[in-house]
Design a protein around this ligand. Structure first.
Ligand SMILES: [Zn+2]
Length: 104
C-alpha cells in the first residue's frame, strides 16, 4: 500500500482528524512556552526573543503558530516537527497520534 494514492488520502484524512483533537496551544504550554491564550503574544522559543513576538491563532483548520520576528509559522505538525526534531510528516503524525492516545 505504501506509495499508493489511497494510502496517501487515508493518512491525510486521519491527519486532519488528529489535528482537530490535539491542541497546539496545550502542547506548547507543556513545553514551557509562555502561551496563555489565543492571539495574545508570547515569547517565541525558535529565536532569542525579548519582546513577545509569537502568537497562536485558532482557525477552522486547527491551531496555527506564527512568529512575527523570526518567521516560524505552521500548524501542530510543523511545530512538533521543529520542537521534536522530526522533519518527516510520517514521524510527526506518529508522534502526535501516540501523544493523543496516551492522554485518553
Ligand atoms: Zn521566533
Amino acid at each position: 500500500m505504501r506509495g499508493d494514492i489511497r494510502y496517501f488520502i487515508l493518512s491525510h484524512m486521519k491527519a486532519i482528524e488528529l489535528k482537530e483533537k490535539v491542541s497546539l496551544k496545550d502542547y506548547l504550554y507543556t513545553h514551557n512556552f509562555s502561551v496563555k491564550e489565543y492571539k495574545k503574544p508570547f515569547l517565541c522559543k525558535f529565536h532569542e526573543d525579548h519582546n513577545p513576538s509569537a502568537a497562536i491563532y485558532n482557525t477552522n483548520k486547527g491551531d496555527f503558530y506564527i512568529c512575527f520576528a523570526c518567521g516560524v509559522k505552521g500548524d501542530i505538525f510543523d511545530i512538533v516537527g521543529l520542537v521534536e526534531n522530526l522533519p518527516r510528516f510520517k514521524d510527526q503524525y506518529k508522534f502526535l497520534k501516540e501523544m493523543y492516545e496516551n492522554r485518553t
